[in-house]
Design a protein around this ligand. Structure first.
Ligand code: SF4
Length: 69
């Protein structure tokens, strides 16, 4: 599964990094980094992060583009 984070929308609240720390991480002051290809064992956690993001900045699956896996 692929994900894309709209970094213009992201406010750095870090709920995603708390819920799925193997996929989302903060770099320095509020800059969010992430792994665009989500490992299968992280899908459930990423789903929770998508739901928890207060500004709906995370797109997952088809909404994030073609899934080549
Ligand atoms: S939860 Fe949403 S706003 Fe917060 S860091 Fe993650 S993507 Fe950005």
């Amino acid at each position: 599964m692929r994900i894309v984070v709209d970094l213009n929308r992201c406010q750095g609240y870090a709920q995603c990094a708390f819920l799925a720390p193997e996929v989302f991480f903060l770099r320095g002051d509020e800059a969010l980094g992430y792994r665009p290809r989500v490992p299968d064992d992280q899908r459930e956690r990423v789903g929770r992060a998508v739901a928890a993001c207060p500004v709906q900045a995370i797109a997952a699956g088809p909404a994030a583009g073609a899934d080549v896996d």
